[in-house]
Design a protein around this ligand. Structure first.
Ligand SMILES: [Zn+2]
Ligand SMILES: [Zn+2]
Length: 138
């Protein structure tokens, strides 16, 4: 655990971030979960360990982590912003019953040919979102 903490601090520093307890704990929390939590879910998780975090500090920590590319936003529902510490390219599966979001490896699908886009569209990135029902809801 100690080694893990030191590695994590190194990663934050390598991105030029000042390491604050909030940034550290938010990033550590995100790295241990794969459920793409909202800021509120991270907050309640952190406050179970030690009730010191506020919504504002969690949001600003997420913002800082996002700006340096350690965390990304996942927007698959209207008005709901979720966070992902997996910043490698990947796709998402979303369960329409419980709303669970799971990662799909990038190479699970054949490459999309972006040259076939209609004229006037300049592609920068894409990812696939698969909608369906997860194994818990089937
Ligand atoms: Zn489900
Ligand atoms: Zn993801």
């Amino acid at each position: 655990m100690q080694q893990q903490a030191e590695d994590l601090i190194k990663v934050l520093k390598s991105k030029g971030l000042r390491v604050t307890p909030q940034r550290f704990s938010v990033y550590a929390n995100l790295l241990t979960r794969y459920d793409h939590p909202t800021a509120d879910q991270i907050l309640s998780d952190l406050n179970q360990q030690a009730p010191t975090s506020s919504q504002a500090t969690v949001y600003s920590a997420l913002q800082a982590l996002r700006e340096v590319g350690l965390v990304r936003e996942v927007l698959l529902e209207e008005g709901v912003c979720r966070y992902d510490a997996n910043v490698d390219r990947h796709h998402h599966f979303r369960c329409r019953c419980c709303g669970a979001i799971k990662d799909i490896p990038w190479d699970a699908f054949e490459r999309v040919n972006l040259n076939r886009l209609p004229p006037g569209m300049q592609a920068e990135s894409y990812e696939v979102t698969v909608h369906g029902v997860c194994d818990r809801c089937q």
